[in-house]
Design a protein. Structure first.
Length: 187
């Protein structure tokens, strides 16, 4: 980060809570026994904030994600898309420099998924967040990413500007994806 090594095998140079990284997990990692507000506040527990500052930051993040009105509800009492927004609010409440998204859209219907992808894209641009998306769904990458790294069995197959990669794909994965894209354009 910023040309500094944060860790290497068996050695940590910057502890995770000082790295400025927010994460949205595939399973969302929301605590079912905590309210929406308390789930977001839990993400701020390592920050040095007063209770008032933490609640204000959590409210701001919930508002930014459009779920402020759900603050007192439990995750089990809100929809999947709302849960995604709560998990996103928890990640951005800490005002990270990097936002890591680990396949967070896999359980959503297409309409909710596309809406959230566009909202995250706008939010990342507005907050100047570097966003890293791990996905097996190239459509998600097209909506959210400018650059891409294609991995196969842990090896980098190709990397670079996503639009350029799609023009002349070298990896089997992108070749197949481009064929499917061309099929959609013919419809």
């Amino acid at each position: 980060m910023d040309d500094n090594v944060v860790s290497e095998p068996a050695k940590i140079f910057y502890p995770p809570h000082l790295r400025g990284v927010g994460m949205l997990f595939q399973d969302l990692a929301l605590w079912p026994n905590l309210s929406v507000m308390n789930n977001v506040l839990l993400g701020l527990s390592s920050e040095r904030l007063t209770k008032h500052e933490a609640r204000e930051r959590a409210r701001d993040a919930l508002a930014l994600c459009g779920v402020e009105s759900l603050a007192s509800r439990k995750p089990g009492k809100i929809s999947g898309g709302q849960q995604q927004r709560v998990a996103l609010a928890r990640a951005i409440a800490m005002r990270p420099r990097f936002l890591l998204l680990d396949e967070p859209f896999s359980g959503l219907d297409l309409v909710t998924k596309m809406k959230l992808l566009h909202e995250i894209s706008a939010l990342a641009a507005d907050q100047k967040l570097t966003t890293i998306l791990v996905t097996h769904n190239p459509m998600e990458a097209i909506v959210l990413c400018r650059s891409a790294i294609v991995l196969t069995s842990g090896r980098i197959e190709e990397s670079g500007d996503l639009a350029d990669l799609l023009k002349d794909p070298q990896s089997e994965m992108l070749k197949v994806f481009r064929e499917h894209l061309n099929g959609f354009q013919e419809i």
